[in-house]
Ligand binder design. Sequence first.
Ligand SMILES: CC(C)(COP(=O)(O)OP(=O)(O)OC[C@H]1O[C@@H](n2cnc3c(N)ncnc32)[C@H](O)[C@@H]1OP(=O)(O)O)[C@@H](O)C(=O)NCCC(=O)NCCS
Length: 183
Amino acid sequence: MKIYVETERLILREILPIDVEGMFELDSNPTVHKYIGNKPVKTKQQAVDVIQFIRKQYKERGIGRFTTVEKFSGDFVGWSGLKLNLDKKEELNGRRNFYDIGYRFIPRFWGKGYATESALAVLDYGFNELNIKTIFGAAEVDNMASNIVLQKIGLQFINEFHFEGVKANWYELKKEDYNETMS
Ligand SMILES: CC(C)(COP(=O)(O)OP(=O)(O)OC[C@H]1O[C@@H](n2cnc3c(N)ncnc32)[C@H](O)[C@@H]1OP(=O)(O)O)[C@@H](O)C(=O)NCCC(=O)NCCS
C-alpha cells in the first residue's frame, strides 16, 4: 500500500520494517502507555510484530496507521492514522466495523501541535481518498491531550463509556459535517 501525505511539518507514510527502532522506543515507554492500557512492550520482537500487524491491515482492510516523520529532521515521531476495527476483540462502546482515528508519539515530540496537524491530514485522507462516511475517536477521560486533539479537529462528543475498567469518551465526525466545516 502506497501512502504519502505531507503536511507543513510532517510526512505520513506507510509503516515499514525499518521503523522498528522508533516503534520500540515509542511502545516501550510507560509514559506513552499511561492512558492506553499501561502495557508497554518489553522486546524489539514485539515492535516487529506490531509493524507486521499494521502492514497486514493495509492488505486485508485497505487501511492502517501511518508512520509519522518530522520533515526537518527526518526523525520517526510515531504514528497517526485510521484503523478499521472489525474483530470482536476490537469492539468499542458496543460498536464493530468502524474506522477510528488515533495517534501515538514519542514524548519528545509532544506539545508541538503534531497530533493535531497529522490528524487533520488523516481526516482529509479518510473522507476524501477513502470516502469513509463516519470517523470515530475514543480517549480515556483523563487523557487531556487526546481529548483536546479530537475536539480541535472537529469530532463531536457522543457519550462516555467504560472500557477495561476506565472511563472513556466517544466521538464521531460524519463526512457531511466535515465538508461543511471545511467549506
Ligand atoms: C495524545 C498525543 C498524540 C498528543 O500529541 P501532541 O502532538 O502533543 O498533541 P497536540 O500538540 O497536537 O495537542 C495537544 C493539546 O492538548 C493540550 N494538552 C496536553 N496535555 C494537557 C493537559 N494535561 N491538560 C490540558 N491540556 C493539555 C495541549 O496544550 C494541546 O492543546 P493546544 O494546542 O490547544 O495548546 C500524545 O500525547 C501521545 O502520543 N500520547 C500517548 C499516546 C496516546 O495517549 N494516544 C492517544 C490515545 S486515545
